[in-house]
Structures are given as structure tokens and as C-alpha cells.
Design a protein around this ligand. Structure first.
Ligand code: S0N
Length: 266
């Protein structure tokens, strides 16, 4: 597959997936997710690969979630295929392959990890962050939500109260705050991010692949029931996108004006 929205590299046991839409702060569209899923499956299938590194191109962003300029009242402008669950994006497919692949996935967060981009690093096995990284959810500001892994699994990591704060207030957190709440494994100076991520990959490559695989399965087992919740969440999000309320959030962001949800309280 020739990739347009990502860069996929394989070197000495490490597969590196770089989301490559820096002008859109690495927001994803339908094509981006299809390419990411394809690359993750390739890394899974390739026995020379022991670990996957996920990062974003440029200095500004890791990933800021769904591309709001590629979204209308029918959701994101994807292929319309069933794998996109009516959303126009294969979000579930990407979440599933990150969790199911029997190799550790490390997020190297180089800037903003916001919205659906924040959910991606939450789902990765480990997160290393630049000291310039910023973390947060934005869904309720732009008429969107991830009521599956994005909320329920986040609560397992940072605790219920903190997860509610993150989603209800949509504020941003520094890398230092993220490490203090257990959301990030390590913070390093910005220029050292990839060097540190590579060092972690090397340490993982020295370990027993079967032991790592079984540990990942074991860690996943406890939160496996969230998969069903995710399917419900994405199905309901697809229906929500087709409302005036959801469009008010999206339009206010794109038009750079204050949002007004007041008339939708009922
Ligand atoms: C990232 C933010 C915080 C950056 O703020 P800052 O530094 O003030 O820069 P801006 O001027 O705002 O942005 C710079 C340029 O980048 C564009 N841009 C930013 N984010 C997006 C985006 N998501 N889509 C398209 N373009 C984006 C700006 O428009 C600007 O470009 P110019 O200069 O040309 O105008 C800030 O930008 C921000 O908050 N962005 C919105 C992020 C967002 O809303 N993400 C999606 C939120 N969704 C959720 O939280 C939950 C939903 C979810 O997880 C999900 C589930 C299923 C399917 C999709 C999603 C999903 O993620 O939507």
C-alpha cells in the first residue's frame, strides 16, 4: 500500500508509524485511519518486528483527533463502508488493532494529543512525552464524544474523578501533570523524545516476545468488556453527528466563534 497520510518505516525490529498531516495538526480523516490500520496489521504480521512506535510529524502535534474540516451532518466524509460504523472513520478498527496486536505499542507524544488523538495514546501500551506535549479531550466542545475506551478505559488509568474532569471541562494538561496522574510513563526534553523512545524499543526487543505477548493479553483482559461499550458508543456517536447540536460544536470550531449549546439542554 502506498501511504499518503502516514509514514511507515521498519528498522531493526521497530516499526514506526508517523501520522503525517502536520498542516492539520495531524488530525485524522478516513484515509489516515485506513492507512494506520494497514500498517499496524503489517507490523503484527511481520515476525521481524517486536515493537511499534506511534508518533506525529512535526513539532506541534501528535494527533488532535478527527479532522473537523472533514466532518458534516452525516459524520466524517469517509467511504461509507460498514467498517466505519456510520461514522465515516474506522476508529473502532484502529483501537482494536492497537489493543489486540501481541506486541507493545509505544506512543511518542511530540506535541498536542487532543480528542481522538488523546484516546490513541491512552490505548497504547506505553507513552513517552516531550516536555512540550499537551494532553486533553475536546469532544463536548466540538459536539463529539468517545464514550467507549476514550472514557471508560481512561478512568481505569487516571481514576473516575479525574477522567470526568478531563472530559467535562475539556482543559489541557502539561506533560508533567500527565505523568503525575499516571497518564504518561516518562517525560523527556523535547529534543530527546525519539532517542528515549528508541532506547525503550531496544529494551523491549531484548525481552521474550512470548512473555510480552501473554502479559499484554493479560493486561487487556481486565478491560476487554469495554469493547462492547465502544461499539455502542461509536454507533450512538454516528447518530449524534446527524443533529443540530453536534453541528453547532463543529461549526463553531471551524468558524472560530464561541459555541452556544444552550438551546439543546432538555
Ligand atoms: C489542538 C488545539 C488545542 C490547538 O490549539 P491552538 O494551538 O490554539 O491552534 P489552533 O489555531 O486552534 O489550530 C491550529 C490549526 O490546526 C487546525 N486544527 C486543530 N485541530 C483540528 C482538528 N481536530 N481538525 C481539523 N483541523 C484542526 C486548526 O483549525 C488550525 O488551522 P487553521 O490555522 O488553518 O485554522 C485546538 O486546535 C483544538 O482544540 N482542536 C480541536 C480538536 C478536536 O476537536 N478534536 C476532536 C475532538 N473529539 C473528541 O474529543 C472525542 C471524539 C473522538 O475521540 C472521536 C471518536 C470517533 C471519531 C472521531 C473522534 C474525534 O476525535 O473527533
Amino acid at each position: 500500500m502506498n501511504y499518503q497520510d502516514i509514514v511507515y518505516e521498519k528498522n531493526n525490529g521497530v516499526a514506526k508509524i508517523t501520522i503525517n498531516r502536520p498542516k492539520a495538526y495531524n488530525a485524522f480523516r478516513s484515509l489516515t485511519l485506513r492507512e494506520m490500520i494497514d500498517a499496524f496489521y503489517d507490523a503484527w504480521d511481520d515476525n521481524s518486528i517486536g515493537v511499534v512506535l506511534l508518533t506525529g510529524a512535526g513539532d506541534k502535534a501528535f494527533c488532535v483527533g478527527g479532522d473537523q474540516k472533514d466532518r458534516d451532518s452525516s459524520g466524517y466524509t469517509g467511504t461509507g463502508g460498514g467498517l466505519e460504523n456510520g461514522l465515516g472513520l474506522q476508529v473502532e478498527g484502529l483501537h482494536t488493532v492497537i489493543r489486540h496486536m501481541p506486541k507493545p505499542v509505544i506512543a511518542a507524544v511530540n506535541g498536542y494529543a487532543i480528542g481522538g488523538g488523546h484516546v490513541l495514546h491512552v490505548l497504547c501500551d506505553l507513552t513517552i512525552a516531550s516536555d512540550q506535549a499537551r494532553f486533553g479531550q475536546a469532544g463536548p466542545k466540538v459536539g463529539s464524544f468517545d464514550a467507549g475506551f476514550g472514557s471508560a478505559y481512561l478512568a481505569r488509568i487516571v481514576g473516575d474523578k479525574k477522567a470526568r474532569e478531563i472530559w467535562y471541562l475539556c482543559e489541557q494538561f502539561s506533560a508533567q501533570e500527565a505523568v503525575e496522574m499516571g497518564l504518561v510513563n516518562k517525560v523527556v526534553p523535547h529534543d530527546e523524545l525519539m532517542k528515549e523512545a528508541d532506547a525503550w524499543c531496544q529494551k523491549i526487543l531484548e525481552k521474550s516476545p512470548t512473555a510480552l505477548k501473554m502479559l499484554k493479553y493479560s493486561f487487556n483482559a481486565d478491560s476487554a468488556s469495554i469493547e462492547g461499550i465502544t461499539q455502542m458508543a461509536m454507533g450512538s456517536l454516528a447518530m449524534f453527528y446527524n443533529t443540530e447540536e453536534a453541528m453547532e460544536g463543529r461549526n463553531a470550531f471551524v468558524e472560530k466563534r464561541p459555541v452556544d449549546f444552550s438551546k439543546f439542554r432538555k
